[in-house]
Design a protein around this ligand. Sequence first.
Ligand code: IDP
Length: 148
Amino acid sequence: MEKTFLMVKPDGVQRNLVGEIVNRFERKGFKLAGAKLMQITDELAENHYGEHKERPFFGELVSFITSGPVFAMVWEGENVITTARDMMGKTNPLEAAAGTIRGDYGITVGKNVIHGSDSPESAEREIGLFFNENDILSYSKQDSEWIY
Ligand code: IDP
């Protein structure tokens, strides 16, 4: 089954949105495979956001994501990468549709509450950066027969 990496950013943790965000993915029918509250190092931040290294906002991005705890998660389910991105909404919360996480809770592009992998390749890379294999659990849930 497909997996994705999702992360409540420091603004989401500070604003007490962890439970709300977990709730949305649980209610949708996805399965939590791993989760941890953690403080990102500069090295991990620079690696994670490596594709943005040349962008003018890179320094701001790294200092924001390392400014406080984040809640890192692995979620599993059919088409979870694309569906989670749809549930997050557009990068700029002012353009994100109402009903999406960024549309409902965000105002600025820098503090947009949540990160989610944008492709199978980035999901694999990001899960590997943030989680040890042993911390990702494979288990069955009784509701899967109602979902699939
Ligand atoms: P995504 O998070 O929706 O995949 P990306 O384009 O990969 O968006 O950008 C990564 C993160 O960088 C965004 O979530 C956002 O917080 C931040 N970001 C993107 N563009 C800007 C900008 O113009 N100024 C400040 N931060 C930005």
